[in-house]
Design a protein around this ligand. Sequence first.
Ligand SMILES: Cc1cc2nc3c(=O)[nH]c(=O)nc-3n(C[C@H](O)[C@H](O)[C@H](O)COP(=O)(O)OP(=O)(O)OC[C@H]3O[C@@H](n4cnc5c(N)ncnc54)[C@H](O)[C@@H]3O)c2cc1C
Length: 410
Amino acid sequence: MREADVVVVGAGAAGLSLARRLTDPAGPGGPVPRVVVVEPPPGPLSSPPRTWCFWERGPGPLDAHVCAHWDRLRVRGADGDRFEGDGYRYKMIRSADFLPAVTAELAGNGRVELVTASVTGVADGPGAARVDAVDAAGRTVSVRARWVFDSRPPRPLPPARTTLLQHFRGWFVRTEADRFEPGVAELMDFRTPQPRHGLSFAYVLPLTARQALVEYTEFSPRPLDDAGYRAALEHYTGRVRPLGAFAVTGTEQGVIPMTDARFPRQRGRRVFAIGAAGGATRPATGYTFAAVQRQAGAVAAACRAGRRPLPPPPHARRHLVMDAAWLRALDRGRIDGAEFFARLFRDNPLPRVLDFLDGRSTALGDLALGLRCPVGPMARSLAELPVLPRRARDVRPTPSPERRPDAPLS
Ligand SMILES: Cc1cc2nc3c(=O)[nH]c(=O)nc-3n(C[C@H](O)[C@H](O)[C@H](O)COP(=O)(O)OP(=O)(O)OC[C@H]3O[C@@H](n4cnc5c(N)ncnc54)[C@H](O)[C@@H]3O)c2cc1C
């Protein structure tokens, strides 16, 4: 049986960010804990590569890992109207850069042990918690520790009043002529055909004048199938925003649950959930990475100060309530999702919207936003929340029957 102060289960965004903050020699005061990080060998349990985007004002602590950034942000309404602004820098980190770099950094830190094994059980205990895992050779690996932080993706999702999926496929494209504005990130272009249930938009992050990540995204009950995403991207790059001749140099695909489920951060006296498993995903947007970083900092500070390191709530309660009302209104078809977002960006200064979406806004700022929303449907959805039952939903990445390959997009 191995012994440690902390076991981190999962070496994804949350797990590695936490291990790094816990053992950073220049980190918060207090003794540096001995940390064991357990991550499965590459295979079905591993999270596929992805890009993480987030925004902050100017430089930040992760800039060494940032592969691209944009100082101007744009949203386009369904009619093509553009709303744009600055004040925030939108940054992109590739998991394929970040995870190996942080793993190498941790491997050189004498306080960290990296274990390649799949965790099969986590048990709480009065004096210590225990993590059991199985390595690639089938051997059992057990670690006893004071604290365990578990970032394994929750399956199934906890019961919720509303659960939609943010699902997307992106193409990294290289065009033959200049087609992009490198300093401008287009967060949402609502000129895409809207699905019957939910909303859709394109997301365009130019890397150069001829290279960009172009993503088709839906917030809806089910993912599309392969042909559905291909048709949506071909439609966008061919008709909505003609790119001319281009090559697809890479793809990114994902499904992020957008849910008002409760994700308990405390699973026992000594066992905590972090990352998406601990509710770090903002229900109305799917953004998670910035909340994960804030949480890692707070947990590391508590641990090193000798306090009980219960992760702080990743999002303010009022933001979760507002998101729950919005999800309900979208799910019930009470609001036009595309118009809602276009109006949010059209009627409010960009920093106010971004502060809200990142959970940094004040109650007064939120009120100002709320008053510019469609008040009737939002108020009705809000009023319903206390009486709606939370139900389990089987969220499987099955293609949407609403958008078969033979169904035209427009
Ligand atoms: C394609 C995609 C793009 C995204 N883009 C953004 C973005 O731009 N901005 C943003 O804010 N959010 C984004 N998200 C949402 C969120 O930031 C990511 O999902 C993020 O990776 C969540 O971090 P995590 O550590 O909670 O989960 P993960 O990064 O998925 O880490 C979970 C870890 O647990 C490990 N694991 C699984 N099973 C076991 C086991 N049995 N034992 C041990 N370890 C196990 C996995 O191997 C993995 O390393 C995106 C999500 C996806 C899917």
